[in-house]
Ligand binder design. Structure first.
Ligand code: FAD
Ligand code: NAP
Ligand code: SF4
Length: 679
């Protein structure tokens, strides 16, 4: 019997059956927004269907112009548009999969001047103030949802998901914060919930009984004036009655200031809310299957959620960017071979916010299946890869899988490079999964891994090609006194080689400076691994006691007095990730970390760091500290390049060895994969 028997059990929906309990949740990739990308989308979804996902949900499509996410966003409102979806649904069906189209009306989140909402109230995350809808306008929006669902059916979809959560249009009707109407669509909750109920009822009427209709219901709004738990239940009952086949969980509006999907959120950290809903529905005799979501990325977590009775089905979105074969690998009992989503958002959500096509840090082929092809090598070469950091690991595996004979040299006693240090940061525990994945993949691909072996120009003789992935080393700045014993690099701290006292100055406020601050604040107790403490920290409450699930955050008293400095003027943290930077900034604020820009590091003394401020070097002061941690960027390691070239050996630099500035694992893994794909 499989270790994941619940997860892999079929789900009978009466008129159709899903092959397992795994839903690929909706993700905007950017491919939805252009007609030119149909073939790419078809290949992307087909690969996930081949990987045995039970039911795929597409990225959101607007039912009309008013519902656009941004100008000319993907819309399904005409028969012509429906016809263009046919290659997608055909490709998924050819692989034995099922696919539903998500209908997403953004309401006041729309990044365009035609946005509409129940009331004329601007959202904090869009510069456009929406138009308040008339009653006729509301009817037009409902009609657009119905038409969109009918067109989805015509296009060959197996169903639709009506997006009712995350603070979008439908959700905006439900909360008094965004719905101040005084007609039959506002005021009492019965009126505010009329919109979703009408949409589901009329969609069901229009598409018939044998079409999957998922309703994504906001279980926790996580904003002030969010719905009470009684209201959530009232809506769930009504939605079931109106004809929903499945109820999916939505957690938090986009404007909520509580992390809901970042890597620092505990695994399955919101499954308890779905359980609360499911228990209440079952107590009422309502059997509509419910789907849980958020930060579920490995089969044992998914199975546990089902075993706990928290849900009938599990939604995972980003894990299918990371690994199209996730379900298949679980079925074959090979979870160790899963390329785990580390919830970093760096290549998916951040890309979408930067108007780039989404992909995945750990899988650069995601949504690029037709562009980044890994084909068998035309001739087997003897390839050496130097360095087993992210760049070298991706390169060695890809080259070996293509049929090359690959030797991977690593100077230290384990693989991972700087990523090993990253995994020590509280809230980045998931990074160890990537190292586990590569450990397995190296073995499966037959790479000859030589640990504790520093590659030299001598032992690289005889290879047809060398990929130099020797990475980076911490930059040592030139601050007088930096040789004193209480000064250390981030690498010495995170590797455990040195420890620090209670007052610490962190020099350098890039991603690593922030990470080090969190490491020192949490001092060995990761909130991510302690769900109750995490909820207290961020102020997530039982929605039956606090409307919207929001209460006052109660962060623990800081364990250290930290000062974080940078040379450039302004407040540190402006270069952090688009969708996660605010979380790191909030963590440091809650930890009372003093953050200052415009610092000149004059000298380090046994008492601390003496600084002046600004170009005029004003206000000299000593910041007292037990230790000073240097997080001042990195320099490339590539001393092998010149001797190899002199010896006539073909060498390609990848990752940090090529360019240390603004390096991250996304670039390192992509370059490693691309270089090996080209060998
Ligand atoms: P490296 O990781 O530096 O690996 C190089 C490897 O080569 C090392 O293992 C080294 O021992 C080996 N080597 C060097 N010379 C030789 C030789 N001659 N012979 C044999 N082996 C050799 N990135 C992100 O994308 N997201 C994050 O959230 C993130 N957080 C981070 C947090 C911290 C605390 C740190 C330190 C880094 C973080 N990073 C993050 C950065 C990320 O880890 C690096 O960008 C990435 O590891 C660079 O990969 P690389 O393979 O180019 O080099
Ligand atoms: P970084 O972002 O370049 O920051 C380096 C810091 O050191 C900056 O504050 C810089 O700003 C300062 N600095 C640079 N040279 C200095 C010098 N000679 N003397 C004193 N200060 C100096 O690099 P990092 O923090 O080392 O991070 C490395 C890479 O890892 C980043 O590029 C990032 O992409 C990746 N990373 C990502 C994440 C993530 O969450 N996505 C987290 C961690 C790391 P000033 O010059 O203004 O002082
Ligand atoms: Fe997951 Fe990061 Fe890949 Fe996004 S980029 S799918 S969060 S691993």
């Amino acid at each position: 019997m499989s270790a994941y028997s619940r997860l892999l059990a079929p789900l009978d929906l009466g008129f159709t059956q899903l092959r397992n309990r795994v839903l690929m949740g909706s993700m905007h990739t950017g491919l939805e927004d252009s007609k030119a990308h149909t073939e790419r989308l078809a290949a992307y979804f087909a690969e996930r269907a081949r990987g045995e996902v039970g039911l795929i949900v597409t990225g959101g499509y607007a039912p009309n112009v008013a519902g656009w996410t941004k100008p000319f966003a993907g819309t399904l409102s005409t028969r012509g548009a429906a016809a263009r979806h046919k290659p997608i649904t055909d490709a998924v069906h050819a692989e034995g999969g099922k696919i539903a189209l998500q209908i997403l009306h953004t309401g006041r989140y729309g990044y365009h001047p035609f946005a509409v909402a129940p009331s004329r109230i601007k959202s904090p995350i869009s510069p456009f103030t929406p138009w308040a809808l008339s009653e006729r306008g509301i009817e037009r929006q409902i009609a657009a949802f119905v038409r969109c669902a009918q067109l989805a059916r015509e296009a060959g979809y197996d169903g639709v998901e009506v997006m009712g959560s995350e603070g979008y249009f439908i959700n905006q009707f439900l909360s008094l914060a965004t719905n101040r109407r005084e007609d039959g669509w506002g005021g009492a909750y019965e009126n505010r919930m009329r919109l979703p109920v009408e949409i589901v009822r009329r969609v069901r009427e229009a598409v018939g009984p044998d079409f999957i209709l998922i309703y994504r219901l906001s279980l926790l709004d996580l904003v002030p004036q969010g719905q009470s738990w009684d209201e959530v239940l009232q809506l769930a009952r009504a939605i079931s009655k109106a004809g929903a086949t499945l109820i999916n969980s939505g957690i938090g509006w986009h404007e909520a200031r509580i992390p809901t999907i970042a890597t620092s959120v505990p695994r399955a950290g919101f499954a308890w809310v779905t359980k609360k809903l499911r228990d209440a529905l079952r107590a009422d005799g309502i059997e509509t299957p419910v789907i849980t979501s958020n930060r579920i990325n490995m089969p044992e977590t998914a199975e546990q959620v089902l075993m706990d009775g928290a849900a009938d089905m599990v939604s995972m979105a980003r894990p299918f960017l990371a690994d199209a074969d996730w379900v298949k690998k679980a079925r074959l009992g090979r979870p160790e071979s899963i390329n785990t989503c580390i919830a970093c958002n760096q290549a998916c959500l951040d890309h979408v916010f930067e108007q780039k096509i989404a992909t995945c840090l750990v899988n650069p082929r995601a949504a690029h299946e037709t562009l980044l092809r890994i084909d068998p090598a035309p001739a087997r070469k003897k390839v050496a890869v130097v360095g087993a950091g992210p760049a070298g690991l991706a390169a060695a595996c890809t080259a070996a899988e293509r049929g090359h004979a690959v030797t991977l040299f690593e100077a230290s006693s384990s693989i991972g490079g700087q990523f090993k240090l990253a995994s020590k940061i509280p809230g980045k525990e998931e990074f160890t999964e990537t190292i586990r994945y590569f450990t397995h993949r190296l073995w499966a691909a037959g790479v000859d891994l030589q640990l504790d072996t520093r590659a030299t120009a001598e032992n690289l003789q005889g290879f047809d090609a060398v990929l130099l992935a020797s990475g980076v080393t911490p930059r040592i700045p030139k601050i007088p006194g930096q040789e004193l014993p209480h000064v250390l690099s981030y690498a010495e701290l995170l590797s455990g080689a040195k420890t620090v006292g209670e007052r610490v100055v962190i020099v350098g406020a890039g991603g690593i400076g922030f990470d080090v601050a969190e490491y020192l604040l949490e001092a060995g107790h990761s909130l991510t691994l302690d769900e109750a403490a995490w909820r207290r920290h961020w102020g997530v409450a039982d929605p039956a006691e606090h409307a919207g699930g929001l209460t006052k955050p109660q962060p623990a008293a800081p364990r250290r007095k930290l000062t974080l400095l940078q040379r450039k003027s302004g407040r540190p943290g402006s270069t952090l990730g688009k969708t996660t930077g605010w979380i790191h900034r909030a963590m440091l604020k809650m930890g009372h970390v003093e953050q200052r820009g415009g610092a000149n590091y004059e000298r380090i003394t046994p008492e601390g760091l003496f600084v002046t401020w600004g170009e005029k070097r004003e206000g000299g002061e000593l910041i007292e500290a037990d230790h000073i941690v240097l997080c001042t960027g990195q320099e490339p390691v590539r001393e092998l390049e010149a001797p190899l070239r002199a010896a006539g050996i073909a060498v390609t630099l990848i990752g940090g060895a090529l360019e240390a500035g603004e390096l991250d694992a996304k670039r390192a893994i992509r370059q490693g994969t691309e270089a090996a794909a080209a060998l």
